[in-house]
Design a protein around this ligand. Structure first.
Ligand SMILES: [Fe+2]
Ligand SMILES: [Fe+2]
Length: 228
């Protein structure tokens, strides 16, 4: 029973992480396209966001390798388990894929809002990783510990460009209610979704790795951009 519990816990944890890392770098692709249109001269901002994208992609690949070593595909969790999906959904009343980068970039207050959402999500991620690094089930898995240590190191450089952009443009930092929404989404995932998934007997597994479809989603994002 204990063995089953541990395996199930790590299975779900890894599945939620691989979903979020993949969602992370595919969503950043859209931010990059938008920034390229609006502030093409801001090479430093673009370079930092590209670095952020590269890190999330690296995190994704680390989880992919972790699953490959276990000889199992991740469980198919959907965007209700994506922190950034939920956050964008509440703040923009739209899914990430439907969010029009041209519209976001065309209005400063929307881009500022997006910066705050990304920054809060990254800070949340950092705190969560610190908790997991102390978790006994995680600590028993040396490979997973190595992954979480790398993520812990990377995270601060992820929120910095957005925080600094807000300061440089005289925009405010996240306020109490944006923090409250972030907290709510997190507790909902932890206290509601995770236990439900845990107890659902036959969760489907992915048949393909999420990155196998990257080029087609990048393609459709490009078309949204052109149409917008
Ligand atoms: Fe990440
Ligand atoms: Fe990150």
């Amino acid at each position: 029973m204990r063995q089953w519990f541990r395996r199930r816990y790590l299975d779900l944890l890894g599945s939620i992480y691989i979903y979020n890392e993949h969602r992370g770098y595919t969503a950043i692709d859209r931010v990059i396209e938008a920034v390229q249109l609006r502030w093409p001269a801001d090479k430093q901002l673009l370079a930092r966001i590209r670095k952020h994208r590269a890190d999330e992609h690296k995190h994704y690949l680390m989880f992919r390798r972790w699953f490959e070593r276990r000889g199992q595909m991740p469980l198919a969790v959907d965007r209700t388990c994506g922190h950034i999906d939920r956050f964008v959904g509440i703040m923009f009343r739209s899914t990430i894929d439907e969010l029009d980068p041209v519209k976001v970039i065309g209005r400063d207050e929307l881009f500022e809002r997006l910066c705050r959402v990304i920054s809060l999500t990254e800070k949340r991620g950092h705190r969560q990783v610190e908790i997991l690094l102390r978790h006994p089930i995680v600590r028993a898995d040396a490979r997973l510990m190595r992954i979480f240590r790398i993520i812990e190191q990377d995270e601060p450089s992820h929120w910095a460009p957005y925080d600094e952009w807000l300061t440089a443009h005289g925009a405010r930092q996240p306020n109490w209610w944006e923090r409250a929404i972030d907290g709510l989404i997190h507790s909902e995932l932890l206290l509601l979704k995770l236990p439900v998934l845990f107890l659902t007997p036959r969760l489907r597994r992915l048949r393909k790795w999420p990155d196998e479809q990257d080029s087609c989603s990048a393609h459709s994002a490009h078309h949204t951009l052109v149409r917008g």
